[in-house]
Design a protein around this ligand. Structure first.
Ligand code: COI
Length: 353
């Protein structure tokens, strides 16, 4: 555990929240990296468990050129958010235990030791507290928290690294997609395949989408939808979020069977939608179903819940309902009200920092 003295040292170095508000234009927040004050770092060797970590000043980290993460992509990341509560004096995390558990599943897949749930949540809380002045005012955004787990020890032959680093950094963020969302289905590129790592948050799942994303952007689209890599006919996910398709009272979402990331927002939205009398189906969702869907929306920690305006497949553009009366907006409001402490948290999803 971090001694209290360290935390008070952190607080005295920090400027006040008011000073921070002068430095940053909260109305202009997008989703970009902002250098904050502190990161949390904890290390252990392959055959050990993580024990103690510490807050360090935000800055570059040292890594062996031969580290497992740099050479073989042995790494995982997580994403969660902290919101100011209604009064503005408290800070709420949303389901951090779920992130901790997902990291443990991913670590097992990637042959890495992982922090315990308690260590993970402790590290997240300490990092948020130390960077408190960077948590946006309520309604302006949130503090995005990025835990990383990586093979930091040196290897040359293909093998798990001998040492691991768990690190947490944060950045204030606003809306991920600033404009209306127009997706394109790319059936020649796949994000994941059976037996691979699509179902865990491996860092190596993400850079391979850049090429398809870049091409989609150059064609005027916001992002890409990937299909399953075996039959090429079922929806999987977009580059950074899960997908939902709405038809009448039925909301369908691709089932997670190893190739789709089991999103925490996805899981929460399924529960909220069922509470609101929607029929939610987790199953294989065929591409053709888009053609007579009422709505499509994406979910993710970064994206939250966002209506999709259109999806284009082989030159055919399908337009969907969006706006205040959409199912996705209804779910967005319920979810974010819980996250910000505006609605009663009957499910105990929020955790005070
Ligand atoms: C998140 O929503 O936290 C993500 O991991 C998406 C990220 C690739 C921007």
């Amino acid at each position: 555990d971090i001694p209290n003295i360290q935390i008070s040292l952190v607080r005295s170095i920090n400027r006040s929240d008011e000073e921070c508000a002068d430095m940053i234009n909260w109305d202009e927040l997008g989703f970009a990296s902002v250098q904050t004050d502190f990161i949390y770092v904890m290390k252990c060797s392959l055959d050990q468990k993580f024990s103690t970590g510490a807050l360090n000043r935000y800055g570059n980290i040292e890594l062996s050129p031969s580290s497992g993460v740099l050479n073989y992509g042995q790494g995982l990341f997580e994403g969660l958010k902290a919101y100011r509560n209604t009064e503005g004096d408290g800070i709420l995390l949303f389901r951090p235990e779920e992130n901790a558990l997902r990291m443990q599943v991913g670590a097992e897949r990637m042959c890495m030791p992982s922090p315990s749930v308690e260590q993970f949540i402790h590290a997240v809380k300490q990092t948020v507290l130390a960077n408190k002045r960077w948590v946006p005012p309520q309604g302006k955004g949130s503090l995005y928290i990025r835990p990383l787990l990586m093979g930091s020890g040196a290897v040359l032959g293909l093998a798990p690294a001998p040492e691991y680093t768990f690190l947490v950094f944060v950045s204030p963020v606003g809306t991920y997609f600033k404009e209306s969302i127009h997706l394109v289905v790319k059936d020649e590129v796949h994000r994941a395949f059976p037996g691979g790592t699509g179902g865990v948050k491996a860092i190596s799942n993400y850079a391979p989408v850049f090429k398809a994303q870049k091409q989609a952007k150059s064609e005027g689209f916001t992002d890409v939808i990937y299909l399953d890599s075996v039959q090429h006919k079922y929806l999987e996910e977009a580059s950074a979020c899960n997908l939902f398709v709405v038809k009448g009272n039925v909301i369908s979402t691709p089932i997670t069977m190893g190739t789709i990331l089991p999103g925490i927002t996805r899981k929460s939205v399924i529960e909220i939608a069922r509470d609101h009398e929607y029929q939610v189906e987790e199953r294989l969702v065929a591409l053709e179903e888009l053609f007579d869907a009422d709505e499509v929306f994406c979910t993710g920690t970064a994206i939250v819940v966002a209506s999709v305006d259109s999806i284009t497949y082989q030159g055919q553009r399908i337009q969907f309902k969006t706006g205040d009366n959409s199912v996705s907006q209804q779910l967005y409001k319920v979810l974010t009200s819980i996250q910000m402490g505006l609605a009663k948290d009957d499910k105990n999803w929020t955790v005070e920092v």
